[in-house]
Ligand binder design. Structure first.
Ligand code: LLP
Length: 418
């Protein structure tokens, strides 16, 4: 469920008419619903209440500091993967003891900043990284919590680019190596090897791969008497983009809670998309209609630099007119919705049935709250658009549209070329 709905043929976000926001904010822009974000956070929290987990919202899915602040203010921790995300987390006022830090390539400066800030856990993905964190922790005179990320070698049904729990991916460590690490914990006097971490992939629609991974890891803990207090089961819960039937947070929790409860471990979750996915849409304006002998194109001002998921993963995002005219079904036609970028892969939707959309009309690309703005770029020297958050009957521009000056910030021409 989300807070984008039609009333009298006009799309609303909570109690704001989207068309009214578009009169004040240049398109394309991202529009987030505060209530949807928080509702989804609460859903997951309620579903897992029996194990009272620490829920760390995955910053990479939607990282505007207003979004992070909303999460933090409502009790969430944050899951970060870079110094940049740590910086954002701090601006959002997060409690360091609610921050977990994953990723295969943490740099020395990033590790240093995270230790100084006092984060809760490093999720470590290699032996060399473990040695590096030990070295930095020692030099700072600190002892830090470490969870080893296990690659459970399970195959989730999702796009191969976002399936992380398969043996051949770069993520985590195999069971044998993890066992070896725990047997040589004396080598890491400044590390508290106090957790295990797993993340099997993203946009996973059923509990089976989670169950398989959790089962394998709990067996491993038992078999080798691995002494840890925390188990971070990652993120990855899928959402509905078109015809998927994802499990609800409750049905997902029901399937894995018995195992988690039996383990007596303290549980950490890192959901991203489940919380942010349906909380955001991309609003874009029609520029031109173009009829070719083969196809009809609706050319809009949003493009693959704004939302790359369709181009990169052939992801489906529902696209709807922001204002529906009464006889729209009569004028419906099959169109490709494409952006201005010079690549044939620049599309937001293909073969979609839409009423005729005049130049100037607005479209909403749904389910764009996760990995939308965060994966946007300046390709074709396009300025990234604004991010807007609606709270009730008010909207707030939480990131301004970039200026041309922003585009060249930090660039310079060497004197020799002048
Ligand atoms: N924890 C870790 C260690 C992760 O790598 C990820 C996502 C998450 C949590 C959050 O996963 P979520 O709950 O959002 O599925 N760009 C892709 C998704 C990449 C996911 C990367 N890792 C997309 O647009 O579908």
């Amino acid at each position: 469920m989300h807070e984008f709905a039609f009333k009298n043929n006009e799309l609303y976000c909570e109690r704001m008419k989207v068309g009214d926001i578009a009169k004040r904010v240049p398109t394309p822009f991202y529009l987030y619903s505060y209530k949807t974000l928080i509702d989804h956070y609460r859903k997951i929290k309620a579903a897992f209440r029996p194990v009272n987990p620490l829920i760390c919202f995955s910053v990479k899915s939607s990282s505007n500091i207003a979004v992070l602040r909303a999460m933090v203010k409502n009790g969430a921790g944050l899951d970060i993967v870079s110094g940049g995300e740590l910086y954002r987390a701090r601006l959002a006022g997060v409690n360091p003891k609610r921050v977990v830090y994953a990723g295969v390539g943490k740099r020395c400066d990033e590790i240093t900043e995270a230790i100084k800030f006092g984060i809760f856990f490093f999720n470590v993905e290699s032996e060399e990284e473990l040695q590096e964190i030990q070295r930095v922790a020692k030099s700072l005179g600190k002892k830090v919590n470490v969870a080893i990320r296990i690659n459970p070698d399970v195959i989730p049904k999702t796009h191969s680019y976002i399936a992380t729990g398969k043996g051949e991916t770069k993520f985590g460590l195999d069971f044998e190596t993890v066992h070896k690490i725990f047997n040589s914990s004396w080598r890491y006097p400044n590390l508290n090897l106090n957790g295990l971490h797993v993340h099997v992939g993203s946009q996973i629609l059923d509990a089976a791969p989670f169950q398989a991974a959790i089962h394998k890891i709990l067996d491993f803990i038992k078999k080798y008497h691995i002494a840890v207090e925390y188990f971070n089961i990652g993120g990855g819960l899928g959402i509905m983009y078109s015809i998927e039937h994802p499990q609800t947070a409750r049905s997902f929790a029901e399937k894995i809670l018995p195992m988690l409860k039996r383990s007596k471990l303290k549980i950490i979750l890192e959901p991203g998309r489940f919380i942010s996915g349906n909380s955001g849409v991309l609003i874009t304006r029609v520029l031109y209609n173009k009829l070719t002998p083969r196809k009809k194109f609706v050319i809009v001002d949003g493009a693959m630099n704004d939302l790359i998921r369709p181009s990169l993963y052939e992801a489906y995002h529902k696209i709807v007119p922001v204002a529906v005219d009464g006889n729209s079904s009569e004028t419906s036609e099959k169109v490709d919705i494409v952006g201005p970028i010079c690549e044939s892969g620049d599309f937001l939707g293909k073969d979609r049935l839409l009423p005729h959309m005049e130049s100037g009309a607005l479209l909403a690309v749904m389910g764009a709250g996760a990995y939308g703005f965060t994966m946007s770029s300046n390709y074709n020297s396009r300025r990234r658009g604004a991010e807007v958050m609606v709270i009730g009957n008010k909207f707030y521009v939480v990131r301004k549209k970039e200026t041309y000056r922003d585009l060249v910030r930090g660039e310079s021409i060497p004197r020799i070329l002048k």
